[in-house]
Design a protein around this ligand. Structure first.
Ligand SMILES: Cc1ncc(C[n+]2csc(CCOP(=O)(O)OP(=O)(O)O)c2C)c(N)n1
Ligand SMILES: [Mg+2]
Length: 375
């Protein structure tokens, strides 16, 4: 039932009508619900997406293990949501700009950021946000929703320069309860900005379920008031996410304005490694969503068209593990950074007070090291 109150005066003329459509291609069992879009019509075009989702899952499992061994800081997995980062990243062109939140590591990796570079952020290094890959992509935003405004600003810059490029910005359901996200939608609508906002609606914001943070029937409709194109996609269907974002990016690059895609998925894991979802979420709810997860359904479809086998799966899993292990080895094999870097990246020129703190801190560290050396 809609949450809107019943019309008190049915004789008043209707001045606007809206509808939200949901895009789906692969159902939970991996069966096709409608013809695949041209961009992903052949099984060989879907296997790279499948591979990337398996890699993401392998990396996430490794990161949770590293965190449990106190070798990595707090880490949020995308377990059960892999179709969102991979659907988004695979729809982008190299020159487009990704503005990610903390569940899009797989998207960064797809776009060429090294596993070691992604992980160094979680190992507490400033290098983690300064990768050699696509330098125009934004660093991970831990601040919920604030980066939607950065995305609108970046899209404005591209438009101002007359470049045929677009921005993809990803955030969670809870971000859409924040004012800065509405302001970003509004700017994107008024200025017809080349930006696609992707809401990863995983139904939870740490321990707050969706129904406790919004009375809106869909999150896609939150873009209607801003006058931007909106749709909902099955967020566990990588084809649907890819196609919805591809259309939005094309729209943006060709001057057609902004798009909002609500990717409907489910967070199968804890919020992050500092969370225990069993304290607030019924495990039966999680079990009810397990079958719909995105990786298995693509495998089932690939198998149904004889494009996958147990042997290929074993090969893929071994390759993903090797890739993750190599990235982790590179991360921990890197030269430690000097303590001074914590002062290096906030301002182009440090203030006098910051310079004083840096010098005092470095003197204290040097003295401590000298004392240790002398025993
Ligand atoms: C501005 C801001 N407020 C609060 C937090 C603390 N916080 C971290 S994650 C989170 C929940 C976010 O939920 P959602 O947007 O649905 O994303 P999800 O974690 O489910 O992917 C909150 C409140 C934050 N990081 N930033
Ligand atoms: Mg959420």
């Amino acid at each position: 039932m809609p949450n809107v109150p019943t019309d008190p005066a049915p004789d008043l003329p209707v001045v606007a009508r809206f509808e939200i459509r949901r895009r789906r291609y692969l159902d939970e069992n991996g069966a096709l619900m409608r013809p695949l879009p041209d961009s992903l019509a052949a099984p060989e075009s879907i296997t790279p997406l499948y591979r990337a989702m398996v890699l993401a899952r392998t990396l996430d499992a490794k990161c949770v293990a590293l965190n449990r061994q106190s070798r990595l800081g707090t880490y949020a997995t995308a377990y059960g949501q892999e179709a969102v980062p991979i659907g988004v990243a695979s729809a982008m062109r190299a020159g487009d700009v990704l503005v990610p939140s903390y569940r899009e590591n797989a998207a960064l990796i797809w776009r060429g950021v090294g596993i070691d570079e992604v992980l160094s952020y979680y190992a507490g290094s400033e290098r983690g946000s300064d990768w050699a890959g696509p330098a125009h992509d934004f660093p991970t935003s831990i601040t919920v929703g604030g980066h939607a405004l950065h995305a609108a600003g970046a899209a404005y810059a591209l438009q101002y320069r007359g470049e045929a490029r677009a921005v993809a910005c990803v955030f969670g359901d809870a971000a859409t309860s924040k004012g800065d996200v509405y302001e970003a939608f509004n700017l994107a609508g008024v200025w017809r900005l080349p930006v696609v906002f992707v809401i990863t609606n995983n139904r939870w914001a740490i321990s707050t379920p969706l129904a406790k943070q919004t009375a809106s029937e869909t999150l896609a409709q939150k873009g209607l008031a801003a006058g931007i194109a909106v749709e909902q996609a099955d967020g566990n269907d990588v084809v649907a996410v890819h196609e919805a974002v591809r259309i939005g990016l094309d729209r943006g690059r060709s001057g057609g304005g902004a798009t909002l895609v609500e990717a409907l998925t489910y967070r199968l894991a804890d919020h992050n490694t500092a969370d225990d979802a069993r304290r607030y979420r019924d495990p039966a709810e999680v079990r009810a969503h397990e079958h719909a997860e995105p990786v298995g359904r693509v495998r089932r479809w690939l198998e149904s068209v004889q494009a996958w086998s147990d042997a290929r799966q074993a090969e893929l899993e071994a390759a993903c593990s090797a890739e993750v292990e190599a990235g982790v080895e590179k991360l921990f094999g890197a030269e430690p950074e000097p303590p001074s870097v914590i002062f290096d990246h906030l301002y182009a020129e440090p203030s006098a007070e910051l310079a004083r703190q840096r010098d005092a801190g470095l003197r204290a560290i040097a003295a401590e090291r000298e004392a240790k050396r002398r025993g």
